[in-house]
Design a protein around this ligand. Structure first.
Ligand code: SF4
Length: 429
């Protein structure tokens, strides 16, 4: 059976799709062209308005193929049906079945029975780069930030058992995975709901011992949940990348309090200072929200100046999106779309300068680059530094056609606003 699939949204959603595909493994052939498909699985995201729009546009776009081939079966999985099942069934008759994201194992079984195929035992059919994988350490969230719909979609925080995570990491390493990206809604809360002794720094120590694992990257940390042993462990362990994803969302104490972020500016500054001191060569990724209800020009300027002074090496900006049934959706002081756009553009313009300056400071340095793929029709390869998470951060353009999954010592030859160019030190590509 020819199956076309697409996964929108976050790496956790990506893992869900791989788990669904695992059950279909021996009965389907993945096709890259939707026109060749007999079945389509569209794994959707629904955490903010732009993500919902992208999900619906993707469904409507792929439903076009059904006009040519009415026998094509379209299945929609993920967070959109989790939030809007009834409306979707009413509004999108071209979709054959919707599967909420709450229970991915149940979705896998239901899709197998719908396609009249017996469920395969494969835990995950990984569809990304063979040398890199996401590893979920927990799901759900108890932080209840006032603007966020995720706790309504994913439920309360549930850590996976440490042995289960380590076993999966060992399986991944045995399959040739050398880069493991740890994900959850809040990785720093890992173990808080488990018995004594289960915590993120202990998990990192166990993962660091796994043979074949070169890079372990920490994504989705929460500023309020960092603790000294975690910092020490990150600085100490050889395979943990000197990269931290630390979404701050804002810096104005008034806004942080209304967001329910559980930290203030002083705590944030102290944490970032400690991180930069304790972890040499650390690169910080963050994300911020502009246009939160009531955000004044003064509060926005405070955020802009904080970004100018803190110089995050990686930064993403989101425009506030009022999500129904969240606390913030009832807040007064809506900021106009035009003003949100202006504020977003101002931050991105500033960040482009910061990123360019940081990249220029790397020219001439020798660094290890992980090769993800060879660029089509060129004598170049594409890779990443330890400071670049897959799919969200920057790329390195390497001269030479180098084997995928190779860690290559390179000299940084050139800097662009976000990407770098590099020359392998002794690679006759
Ligand atoms: S930490 Fe806050 S923003 Fe992140 S998933 Fe949890 S509630 Fe949402």
């Amino acid at each position: 059976m020819k199956l076309y699939c697409v996964s929108l949204g976050c790496p956790k959603n990506h893992i869900d799709l791989e788990m669904i595909l695992g059950g279909l493994a021996t009965s389907v052939e993945l096709v890259q062209n939707p026109a060749d498909a007999e079945v389509m699985v569209i794994n959707t995201c629904a955490f903010i308005a732009p993500a919902k729009l992208e999900s619906i546009e993707t469904i409507l776009h792929l439903a076009q193929y059904k006009k040519e081939k009415p026998s094509v079966r379209i299945m929609v999985t993920g967070c959109l049906p989790q939030r809007y099942q009834d409306e979707l069934v009413r509004e999108l008759p071209e979709v054959d079945a919707f599967f909420p994201s709450a229970d991915v194992h149940r979705t896998r079984q239901q899709i197998c029975s719908l396609l009249e195929i017996s469920e395969n035992k494969l835990a995950r059919w990984r569809i990304g780069h063979p040398h890199s994988a996401y590893l979920r350490i927990a799901d759900g969230c108890n932080n209840r930030c006032s603007y966020c719909a995720i706790p309504m979609i994913k439920g309360g925080y549930r850590s996976r058992a440490m042995n289960e995570i380590v076993a999966e990491a060992e399986e991944l390493a045995a399959e040739g995975v050398s880069e493991i990206n740890l994900v959850a809604q809040d990785t720093t809360r890992y173990g808080s709901d488990l018995k004594e002794g289960c915590s993120l720094h202990r998990l990192l120590r166990r993962l660091d011992e796994i043979k074949g694992v070169q890079w372990i990257r920490l994504l989705y940390t929460h500023p309020a949940h960092w603790y000294p042993e975690l910092l020490e462990t990150m600085a100490d362990l050889a395979h943990v990348t000197k990269y931290v994803d630390l979404p701050i969302q804002h810096v104005s104490n008034t806004i942080l309090e209304r967001m329910g972020r559980k930290y203030d500016r002083r705590a944030l500054e102290a944490l970032i200072r400690m991180m930069r001191t304790e972890i040499p060569d650390l690169v910080l990724r963050t994300s911020v929200i502009v246009g939160f209800p009531g955000e004044t020009e003064g509060q926005f300027q405070e955020l802009l100046h904080f970004i100018r002074d803190t110089r995050f090496e990686r930064l993403g900006v989101f425009e506030y999106s009022a999500e129904e049934n969240t606390t913030a959706a009832l807040y007064k002081g809506t900021v106009s779309s035009a003003k949100k756009r202006v504020r977003m553009d101002e931050i991105m313009a500033l960040q482009a300068d910061i990123s360019m300056a940081f990249n220029q400071s790397l020219v001439g340095r020798t660094m290890t680059i992980l090769v993800d793929e060879q660029e089509a029709d060129s004598n170049l390869s594409l890779g990443r530094t330890q400071w670049d998470a897959p799919e969200i951060d920057n790329l390195v353009h390497l001269s030479g056609r180098i084997q995928q999954g190779t860690y290559v010592a390179c000299r940084i030859a050139g800097a662009e606003c976000y990407d770098l160019t590099a020359t392998p030190l002794n690679h006759d590509g």
